[in-house]
Design a protein around this ligand. Structure first.
Ligand code: HEC
Length: 133
């Protein structure tokens, strides 16, 4: 299952490599994709509030980006290129700059995997509305 995830999420691999995590030598933790609670129904309305509080400053209230971070309403972040696992990993581990020139994204330890699932649901909803699938 891990392998399937890695195939689907090229950027997850890129990020992990950028962080210097050699698969053989690294402890299991960074490769474990944080999982929301079993049975959780991601709620875009909850996600919207948390997005506004913790992501909007860089990714933009309207998800169109700021001078601190990239837009989510962009082909790069549509679900076929960045799966929800990429969101879990970005929040848990941070992101080394690799697609853009905004610099790195720091981890956001105040959010748990359920929070991130709600936020991802909100971002997916807005992406669908704007025609990204
Ligand atoms: C301090 C600014 C900042 C904040 C706050 C921030 N981000 Fe980011 N984020 C960035 C930058 C910059 C990048 C782009 C890195 C690159 O060049 O690929 C990024 C990239 C990402 C990526 C792409 C990861 C990948 O695999 O390429 C995801 C997903 C993401 N952010 C999610 C979030 C979420 C969800 C939140 C709120 C919980 C958030 N970010 C808050 C700056 C931020």
């Amino acid at each position: 299952m891990l392998i399937r995830h890695l195939h689907k999420t090229c950027c997850v691999v890129l990020v992990a490599l950028a962080l210097g995590l050699a698969p053989a030598a690294a402890p299991a933790q960074p490769w474990q994709i944080p999982k929301p609670s079993p049975g959780l129904t991601p709620n875009p309305a909850k996600g919207m509030a948390m997005y506004a509080q913790t992501c909007a400053a860089c990714h933009g209230r309207d998800m169109r980006g700021t001078d601190q971070g990239p837009p989510f309403l962009h082909r790069v972040y549509e679900p076929s290129h960045h799966s929800d696992a990429a969101f879990q990993l970005a929040v848990r581990n941070g992101v080394r700059a690799h697609h853009w020139n905004f610099g790195d994204m720091a981890p956001l330890p105040e959010l748990n995997p359920d929070d991130v699932a709600h936020i991802a649901a909100y971002i997916r909803m807005e992406q669908r509305r704007s025609g990204f699938r």
